[in-house]
Ligand binder design. Structure first.
Ligand SMILES: NC(=O)c1ccc[n+]([C@@H]2O[C@H](COP(=O)([O-])OP(=O)(O)OC[C@H]3O[C@@H](n4cnc5c(N)ncnc54)[C@H](OP(=O)(O)O)[C@@H]3O)[C@@H](O)[C@H]2O)c1
Length: 311
């Protein structure tokens, strides 16, 4: 039995990983959550290193995937201690416990470790985060590699996929404004969308397949270590994403582009991650944005007429 622990199994990415790994025969998956410890998930606060030790001693995993984090840039900017506790100290605690029990660890990081001025970025390119989120995730990467050089960091860009709440992803969080802008609404306002920063929206079920493949290689004894990159291959601004969402929803939305950055928290312009190493290994899959966003929206329908009527 190959035992895998998924830390953060209740999150946007964690849920997709748990679903993918649970489908493998001969694999035993134990997943944790914090606030959303639904049946089947173990409640664990990763800021409590004793609880982390206990969880890892009890489950004795062969591999650990860390998908828990504070991933909201604005929260990290205003509450750096919160960001540090989750994105750095907790990663270190998990990595140390993993080393003691001989588990291999894969931790998820972000394209925001780069400043976005010279894309595309190779894993060896020097990071230069411009906000507290990117800084904390970079420190978390370093904490992981200090604990064990056989660990792996997987950097990812903007994620979207099956949701339980519109705000779970910066892609689906656009839906309410897009729907509210639909022409014909009495109070329909134009939705202004960023057309300055280029993003590479990446579908969580595709990432889950990649992580399963990396775990399989590890199980076969192939070393999987160091920093690696994976990314969707469709460059899109939020304006482009909004147009695509409106088309998937079949609505005549009023969307206008914003050509300069307006976010209070600085965000990089284009952090395209070069995924050629994993591509050359034949790993991963990429579902087109048009197909994946349609699936995502179909599975979590906008409250149809209620939403479009402003309800
Ligand atoms: N979302 C993106 O666009 C994006 C882009 C690039 C990289 N990433 C990285 O991808 C990874 C997954 O992100 P995500 O979008 O799936 O995040 P998410 O949806 O916000 O999920 C965060 C997870 O962390 C758990 N968590 C929060 N506080 C915790 C605590 N004190 N103890 C234990 N668990 C705690 C949450 O549990 P509960 O929900 O149960 O509280 C949840 O399972 C993160 O490393 C993130 O930095 C995300």
């Amino acid at each position: 039995m190959f035992k895998v622990a998924v830390i953060g199994g209740s999150g946007l990415l964690g849920r997709a990983i748990v679903q993918e790994l649970n489908a493998q025969s001969g694999w035993a998956v134990s997943a944790t959550a914090f606030r959303r410890a639904w049946p089947g998930l173990t409640a664990l606060d990763i800021r409590d290193s004793k609880s982390v030790d206990r969880f890892i001693d009890d489950t004795r995993p062969d591999a650990i995937v860390i998908a828990a984090a504070e991933r909201r840039p604005d929260i990290c900017e205003h509450e750096p201690l919160v960001a540090r506790a989750l994105n750095v100290d907790a990663v270190r605690a998990i990595a140390n416990a993993a080393r003691r029990c001989g588990a291999w660890t894969l931790s998820i990081s972000t394209d925001y470790v780069f400043d976005g001025s010279r894309p595309p970025y190779l894993p060896a390119d020097p990071p230069h985060p411009i906000n507290a989120y990117g800084t904390s995730k970079l420190e978390g990467e370093r904490a992981l590699m200090e604990a064990s050089t056989s660990s792996c960091v997987l950097r990812l860009p903007l994620l979207y996929g099956p949701i339980v709440d519109w705000q779970e992803s910066a892609v689906t969080s656009l839906v309410p404004a897009i729907a509210a802008s639909a022409s014909g609404l009495p109070d329909g306002k134009t939705a202004v969308m960023d057309a300055w920063a280029t993003r590479y929206p990446t579908y969580t079920p595709d990432v889950a397949v990649l992580i399963r493949q990396l775990l399989e290689r590890r199980l076969q004894g192939v070393p999987v270590c160091g920093v690696t990159h994976w990314s969707g291959d469709e460059p899109m601004t939020k304006y482009d994403i909004a147009l695509s969402i409106a088309s998937a929803l079949g609505i005549q939305a009023r969307i206008s582009p914003q050509h300069h950055p307006t976010d209070a928290t600085p965000r990089p312009r284009d952090c395209h991650l070069d995924s050629s190493t994993l591509d050359a290994m034949g790993l991963g899959q990429r579902t087109s944005f048009a197909v994946a966003i349609k699936k995502t929206l179909d599975a979590f329908p906008w409250q149809g007429s209620a939403g479009l009527d402003g309800g």
